[in-house]
Design a protein around this ligand. Structure first.
Ligand code: HAM
Length: 418
């Protein structure tokens, strides 16, 4: 039997890659002073129906549970965060800077870059309205992608402001109940034939395409780009009004991250959602907020397609998967000494393995190499001496067994934390 379409098994090699991605995510979020939180995978259906917008509601994995509650697997993290913050914010100094790495579920048509489950790094700032926060968040998004070995030649953040579009909707007297549909059409316009967009926009088509051609500028956007310039990150971002974002709750600055060559789907996206916390809270807690999410699927595809990023990942993954020391028992009677020593090695923090089936010596050495071990420690006729073989250089020397730890300490790359 196969996993469901759009779902993945993570065999050890892909699990190691996933861990590599998560470790970098955590490291960079930490560099910016973000702290980790999580919430439930299953939420009340209403949480998403209220404010995420039609597109994501259509993609929900929803069902009625045994207690007759209408529930849904989380398709994104932002509503959960807003719900938690609305209820708990008094406990925390503002602004909150929180991150999480949820697995999320969307019933989409599986294709390259889009599955029915994926993991996302979400980084959000709650309780700060200054545009400094927008710049800080975009800088974080850039650094998260850079951490994998990508440069300004590889990707760009396209930054926009939804207010361009909401101003236009107001000016053209579009009734508010049609805003979401219009914004979605503008958001999708890059991926649709022009005629289709024109037809959907009606009389709005002309001004919309004019704005596309003219581009847009605003003091707010210029400030953000200037702030990024001061950080040396201006080459990674550009103003681009065509970015609108598909989710309904965004209110101001929005952005998406793309590969420069345009080969992949969006890597990451986010923006300001200053009303969502108030909309989800019973006692009308009003807190400005902004955030973004980067998914593991497109990022993984990009890493594998990029020589440097891929080499960096493979090197880290190989080092983390390898055992360090392989214990070889060359004489049956030495089995007891071998496992007693092995336990002490593991207690000291070394990664140690041995053959459970007690194979021939040559095969034990082969296993040592296949497991990526740096050293083999051999228990045989020489006891109370043991052989220490450096599997990189092939050199072997005999060491009194009580000297073994001192000898291992001369290999500074091994991981003992003793
Ligand atoms: P989103 O744009 O829907 O934003 O998703 C963020 C990223 O998740 C996308 O850029 C994409 O890389 C990845 N992604 C989305 N759907 C799929 C899929 N079906 N398969 C694989 N990857 C996917 C949000 O989710 C917002 N809640 C982000 C946010 C946080 N806004 C404020 N705070």
């Amino acid at each position: 039997m196969q996993p469901l379409i759009g779902f993945r098994d993570f065999l050890p090699a892909s699990c190691a890659e996933r861990n590599y991605i998560f470790a970098k995510w955590r490291e960079i979020a930490g560099r910016y002073g973000f702290v980790e939180f999580d919430g439930p995978v299953l939420e009340e259906l209403d949480l998403y129906k209220k404010k995420s917008g039609d597109e994501i509601v259509r993609q929900l994995y929803e069902f009625v549970d045994k207690g007759e509650r209408a529930v849904a697997l989380r398709p994104e993290m932002t509503p959960t965060l807003a719900r938690i913050v609305a209820a708990e914010h008094r406990q925390f100094r503002k602004p909150l800077k929180w991150f999480s790495i949820p697995q999320v579920f969307r019933y989409e048509r599986p294709q390259r870059g889009r599955l029915r489950e994926h993991f996302q790094l979400n980084c959000d700032i709650v309780g700060e309205e200054s545009p400094e926060a927008d710049a800080e968040l975009i800088a974080l998004a850039i650094d998260v992608v850079r951490a994998f070995g990508f440069t300004a030649q590889d990707f760009v953040v396209r930054v926009s402001d939804r207010e361009f579009w909401t101003e236009l909707l107001k000016l053209e007297k579009v009734p508010p109940d049609r805003w979401e549909e219009m914004l979605q059409t503008i958001d999708k316009s890059e991926r649709e034939p022009r005629e289709k967009t024109e037809e959907r926009l009606g009389k709005l088509a002309k001004p919309v395409f004019e704005i596309f051609e003219k581009g847009g500028e605003s003091a707010k956007l210029n400030n953000i780009i200037e702030n990024l310039r001061l950080r040396g990150l201006a080459d990674f971002a550009k103003v681009d009004v065509r970015i609108v974002r598909g989710l309904a709750y965004y209110t101001g600055i929005v952005f998406e991250v793309f590969d420069r060559a345009g080969k992949f789907r969006a890597i990451a996206g986010g923006g300001r959602y200053d009303q969502l916390v108030a909309q989800l809270s019973d006692n009308a807690v009003s807190l400005p907020a902004l955030g973004f999410a980067i998914g593991d699927v497109v990022l993984g595809e990009m890493i594998r397609a990029h020589t440097t990023a891929r080499a960096q990942m493979e090197k880290t993954v190989a080092a983390e998967r390898a055992v360090e020391i392989y214990v070889v028992t060359a004489k049956e009677e030495q089995h007891g000494n071998a496992i007693a020593t092995m336990q002490r090695l593991r207690d000291r923090g070394y990664r140690v393995d041995y053959s459970l089936a007690g194979a021939k010596v040559a095969r034990q050495f082969r296993l040592a190499e296949q497991n990526g071990a740096r050293l083999a420690v051999v228990f045989g006729d020489e006891w109370p001496q043991v052989g220490v073989k450096d599997l990189e250089t092939g050199q072997q020397r005999s060491v009194a067994h009580e000297e073994l730890f001192a000898h291992l300490a001369t290999f500074p790359t091994l991981s003992s934390r003793a």
